[in-house]
Design a protein around this ligand. Structure first.
Ligand SMILES: O=C(O)C(=O)Cc1ccccc1
Length: 380
């Protein structure tokens, strides 16, 4: 057979498969419809497993794995189609509706906001960008930001979550799982770091440099070049490190902090723009106790689990590709007390104003062992 002849045959098979596929999708909807009207669960894991085992045997050793994956994908597509076609209100979808209806058309500009750090820190700049007329309450650490929001001391909390060169702020991911708070907004800031010390001090006089671990990580190349005699010490926050240096009696210490901190804390800049890369952006989130979904919300964050089996994560991800959703972030964090089991944090380019997306997330809410919507929010 020459190439043209093979192509003709393949086209013919494709046409037949497409026709069968469409027939199968319609039948899968009918089955779901019938099951639902009988009050039965639509998803039948046992039956799916039996069919998968049968096709694996029937396909023979050359094609068994291919056949199994092919049918797994077919089932996944059917389930997405069923969820979309037979969408029914669930507790989850009603909570979404309520949040959409009760949220104002524009994100708030004012309110009380908790910020970990001190005057002049990067997170304060993010607070000013997100809530320009807010009252900032500076607290000690990220945990205290969550507590302030959780206990109603502040309406909002702003936290760094991810940096373009240094990766995720893992502590914030863990705290998101531990608190009943929602992400209501996000923003991205270009971050630059300066090295600063007391006035009159030279770079060669410095023996210890303090800063937030994210900032130290973002300036690793410059800092490591200073040699082994210079110690790097993590500190709670960049601006707090600058303040501590200015108040300390030790002239040999310095801080990595945002440029404005030099003037704020009467320090002298020893080196400017010491970040590894100029492409140094940090994403910040704004959390709130109440779920709010403003018009224009283009990003969804969720926490979920995947089954601890081969293909478990892949079948979770397939559900998003089934409806054409782009994933912008996948973070995994170990589940405390479980051996090598993980929670997955996903960011999706999607909006709950789209019914298809609400249908998919409702389906996940029902089918996944763990599922939590962290928020649907605008990020700019
Ligand atoms: O807000 C700050 O300045 C911090 O210390 C946290 C931080 C560190 C580096 C980048 C963004 C936020």
């Amino acid at each position: 057979m020459n190439l043209d002849e093979v192509r003709v045959k393949i086209n013919d098979i494709n046409d037949k498969m497409l026709d069968l596929f469409k027939q199968r999708m319609v039948l899968s909807k009918d089955v779901a419809d019938a099951k639902r009207s009988m009050g039965k669960a639509v998803y039948d894991a046992k039956r799916e497993r039996e069919i998968l085992d049968k096709v694996t045997i029937d396909a023979g050793p050359e094609f068994d794995i291919y056949a199994r994956r092919f049918f797994e994908n077919l089932f996944s597509l059917s389930r997405t189609y069923q969820a979309e076609q037979l969408f029914h209100e669930t507790e989850f979808s009603m909570a979404i509706k309520k949040a959409v209806e009760s949220s104002p058309n524009l994100p708030p500009q004012r309110g009380s906001v908790a910020c970990a750090g001190e005057f002049g820190c990067n997170t304060q700049i993010a607070c000013d960008k997100l809530l320009p007329f807010s009252q900032i309450l500076f607290v000690n650490d990220f945990k205290a930001v969550f507590s302030a929001v959780d206990q109603g001391l502040c309406q909002f909390g702003v936290l760094p979550i991810e940096n373009s060169s240094n990766g995720s702020v893992k502590e914030v991911y863990d705290l998101l799982d531990q608190h009943d708070c929602y992400i209501v907004r996000g923003t991205r800031l270009w971050i630059s770091h300066d090295l600063m010390a007391k006035k009159g001090i030279k770079l060669e006089d410095i023996h210890t440099i303090y800063s937030h671990p994210q900032a130290l990580g973002q300036c690793q190349i410059f800092l490591n070049n200073l040699g082994a005699n210079v110690k790097l010490e993590p500190y709670s926050n960049t601006a707090e490190a600058a303040k501590m240096v200015s108040e300390s009696d030790d002239p040999g210490i310095a801080a990595v902090a945002p440029p404005q901190c030099a003037e704020l804390y009467t320090l002298q800049t020893l080196a400017k723009n010491i970040q590894n890369s100029d492409n140094n952006y940090t994403r910040f989130i704004c959390i709130s106790k109440k779920l709010a979904i403003y018009p224009g919300s283009n990003k969804i964050s969720i926490i979920t689990s995947a089954s601890h089996t081969p293909g478990g994560l892949s079948s979770l991800l397939t559900k998003f590709s089934n409806v054409g959703i782009n994933l912008t972030k996948l973070e995994s964090r170990p589940i405390q007390g479980h051996n090598f089991e993980f929670l997955f944090y996903l960011d999706l380019e999607a909006s709950l104003f789209d019914e298809k997306v609400t249908a998919l997330l409702s389906e996940l809410h029902e089918s996944q062992e763990k599922f939590r919507l962290l928020g649907n929010y605008p990020e700019n």
